[in-house]
Unconditional design. Structure first.
Length: 248
């Protein structure tokens, strides 16, 4: 697949570049450029990112960072079985636990929430940093909801991290998940409060908390064209009506 000439491979994360140093220079550059394309496209065009990840995988399947990138690209395209296999390979190569939450979420994606819950109770979770532990809590709560255990999902999300007024990169998502679970349980007043707290922490627009709040408040979004037409006393089908009159 073509790669824009301005993509040099130097944009890659320094830690990943360090891993690729085990490869011949020309090969390392090719792999780097493909990994950059994966990173650039994974949100806006995950299918294309997946294609670039497969190229990188063919070139350097024994590099943990490449297996991890391939895993995330497969995950973004909902190829959960393939993603899980890549994450497992990356974990074997690196020896780290960072991928544990997303591996559990792959189990959910494959329709095995009970396995995700089992992973939430494994010793690996205690080795995760705070962000990883919060992510694991989100996955576990999602698994509970998958199994129809809504009250248990709500309890799973109740934690010191949720109660804290400090804002971290994961705060908005945690508050949002809690609000969504409350709403699903019919606790609308509490849900509104937590959607508002999620919005307060969501500086990057990672959630649609503002839309959910608007829905709860009964705010309706009117199409700008229809609104303008109404102000002018016109109806969108006015021309059609005139034509009908002419035919009569």
């Amino acid at each position: 697949m073509p790669i824009p000439p301005e993509v040099t491979g130097e944009e890659i994360d320094p830690d990943v570049r360090q891993e690729l140093m085990s490869l011949p220079k020309g090969l390392a550059e090719d792999v780097s450029r493909n990994l950059v394309m994966v990173a650039q496209l994974i949100d806006e065009d995950p299918e294309k990112a997946y294609e670039y990840s497969r190229i990188a995988l063919r070139l350097a399947s024994r590099v943990a960072a490449v297996r991890e990138a391939a895993g995330f690209a497969a995950y973004a395209t909902q190829k959960y079985s393939e993603a899980l296999a890549e994450f497992r390979a990356a974990r074997r190569m690196s020896g780290g636990v960072d991928l544990w939450p997303v591996m559990a979420d792959c189990e959910r994606g494959m329709g095995r929430p009970e396995r995700a819950l089992a992973m939430a109770g494994e010793p690996e979770v205690q080795k995760l940093d705070k962000a990883g532990q919060v992510e694991m809590r989100l996955v576990a709560a999602g698994a509970r909801r998958d199994m129809g255990q809504l009250d248990a999902a709500i309890v799973t999300l109740q934690s010191p991290e949720l109660a804290s007024s400090a804002v971290h990169p994961w705060t908005a998502r945690l508050r949002y998940a809690y609000a969504d679970a409350l709403l699903a349980a019919g606790r609308e007043r509490e849900a509104r409060e937590w959607f508002a707290k999620a919005l307060e922490a969501d500086k990057d627009g990672a959630t649609d908390a503002s839309d959910r709040l608007a829905e709860l408040d009964g705010v309706e979004f009117v199409d700008a064209f229809d609104e303008t037409a109404e102000e002018q006393g016109e109806h969108p089908d006015a021309d059609d009506a005139d034509e009908d009159d002419d035919r009569d």
